[in-house]
Ligand binder design. Sequence first.
Ligand code: DC
Length: 208
Amino acid sequence: MIIAIDGPAASGKGTLGKRLAAHFGFAHLDTGLLYRAVARTLLDRGLDLTDEAAATDAALNLDVGHLDDDSRLRGAEMGEAASVVSAFQPVRDALLAFQRQFGARPPGAVLDGRDIGTVVCPNADVKLFITATPEERARRRHRELAGRGETVAYESILADIRRRDERDMNRATAPLKAASDALTLDTTHLDAEATFQAALGLVEARIG
Ligand code: DC
């Protein structure tokens, strides 16, 4: 069984994905980490993020075994950088097989990202599209970064979120959008627990 979760930056889809996976005993993949790791490789090598050939090479040779080990991957800088390299079609192609294999893990998997319901797992059993206003997402990201000791101004986070939304939604390849059969959940006024309960209700209604 596959649960696909898509949504914009800081919409709460990662936290939700983790909780749904734990609830059902499924594996969980935060696919944003793949693009963040590609961006990290380029930055570490001193290469330009717009170098499509280098980004493709990094994606093809990505060590997917250690994505969770590096807290720098989850930082604000890497999110913005990931948004740039993820617009290259060959980068996306290079990461597709791994994501699909992950989705096939028994007894089930939860994948979250931007194109899971539309491209990676179009046959997912349940597709959720998680949204919240840019202001609320910026508040959450601000809190999360502060909790990790990163001091970034709220206004700068909001600007980053708007820029990423714009880039992720308007790119030519696999743009961020809800699949036609996705269930949309607006979490602007929901905390993590309420989001989980609402999503669980949607999943259970869909799978019966
Ligand atoms: O979910 P995130 O903030 O970690 O994602 C970082 C960037 O990676 C995001 O701005 C766009 C890209 N991304 C993508 O294009 N497709 C995905 N399935 C996941 C992330």
